[in-house]
Ligand binder design. Structure first.
Ligand code: PLP
Length: 360
């Protein structure tokens, strides 16, 4: 079997071990004679999967009893609306940091719901940048502060989360569980699963319990966090297969030493890749300000767009997939999520060297 080196931004690489277990269990889950997809979401077999997914996620994130795990649908994009619909009351202000394309989308939706104060805007800065979060002028009495922990398109990542008076809400779609976080610092975190957690179709929300009841009763039932919180994300039919794969990924992560184990591996991967730019004599130029370089989405430029196109074409022929930068910014991007191994980094850095020697 020949697996590609998958640098896709999302949906993205999944651990091979997880795919192999899913393959083995696909037609007969635990001797039940049925796929997990064919089981009732109210039955015993699925119930055990769901419970393990919640328990493993709680363990990986170090959750205390003050927090609840929710598995929702609608992607991280629905959270751009659901967060303000639940947490931004009439007459209140929510603070947002605009650190790039994804934060901008979150802001756009929040503005449809209520008053938004953009406390910093680095979204247009080149090289791509993030503000000094600790030094921002947050609104007194804000409903919450929203940040994007990792800008997937720009390739920037918050290195130190601010301690805010208002509940801190973070879109962690592209770096959830790539490193440990202190959950006590957050009111709510959310992430589409399709980068670090599993397949698309599941959205992880972790909410501090005192925030669950903030939504107005007039909000449609499915948009209220309390609806799924009350029923352990089983108010309606959840994406059972996606949650099953996510559960397998959480098992895999626990076996790797959890978030702390992943952080070491991810840092080593990122260091090696960034060193390839920094040692190229300026041939490969990192797109992000060094201080905020992401360990998950690595972005860079070549001396010309023609060379970038050639680079991506030749890499693709060598089964290095997904290296084209986002269409809005161009250049190159390697998404090196948890499931992307050092073998992929080694293949890419060797190719970079070779390409430069031939095209430098
Ligand atoms: C940081 C970030 N937020 C939100 C999204 C949107 O996620 P979804 O497609 O699950 O709505 C993405 C998708 O790439 C992302 O990278």
């Amino acid at each position: 079997m020949s697996r590609a080196f998958n640098f896709n931004a999302g949906p993205a690489a999944l651990p091979l071990e997880v795919l192999e277990i899913a393959q083995k269990e696909l037609t007969d889950f635990n001797g039940t004679g049925m796929s997990i997809m064919e089981h009732s979401h109210r039955g015993k077999a699925y119930d055990a999967v769901h419970a393990e997914a919640v328990a493993n996620m709680s363990k990986l994130l170090g959750l205390t009893d003050d927090y609840q795990v929710l598995f929702l649908q609608g992607g991280a994009s629905l959270q751009f609306s659901q967060v303000p619909l639940n947490l931004l009351g009439a007459g209140q202000t929510a603070d947002y940091v605009n650190s790039g394309a994804w934060a901008s989308k979150a802001i756009k939706e929040a503005k449809k719901v209520g008053t938004v104060n953009v406390v910093a805007d680095t979204s247009k800065e080149i090289p791509t940048n993030m503000p000094n979060y600790a030094a921002l002028n947050y609104t007194k009495g804000a409903a919450y502060v929203h940040v994007t922990s990792n800008e997937t398109i720009a390739g920037t990542q918050i290195k130190q989360f601010p301690k805010t008076e208002a509940p801190l809400v973070a879109d962690m779609s592209s770096d959830i569980l790539c490193r440990p976080i202190d959950i006590q610092n957050f009111g709510l975190i959310y992430a589409g699963a399709q980068k670090n957690l599993g397949p698309s179709g599941v959205t992880l929300v972790v909410i501090r319990k005192d925030l669950i009841e903030r939504a107005p009763a007039t909000l449609p039932t499915m948009l209220q966090y309390r609806t799924q919180a009350k029923d352990n994300s089983l108010y309606n039919t959840p994406p059972t297969f996606g949650i099953y794969i996510l559960m397998l990924v959480t098992r895999w992560l626990l076996a790797k030493g959890g978030a702390a184990g992943m952080e070491k591996i991810n840092q080593a991967k990122a260091d090696k890749l960034y060193a390839a730019f920094d040692n190229s004599g300026g041939y490969y130029k990192g797109s992000a300000v060094k201080e905020f370089r992401s360990t998950m989405n690595v972005t860079w430029r070549l001396p010309s767009e023609a060379l970038e196109e050639k680079f991506i074409k030749e890499a693709t022929a060598l089964k290095m997939i997904g290296l084209k930068g986002h269409r809005d910014v161009g250049g190159c991007r390697a998404s090196i999520y948890n499931a992307v191994g050092m073998d992929a980094i080694d293949a890419l850095t060797a190719f970079m060297k070779d390409f430069q020697a031939k095209n430098g």
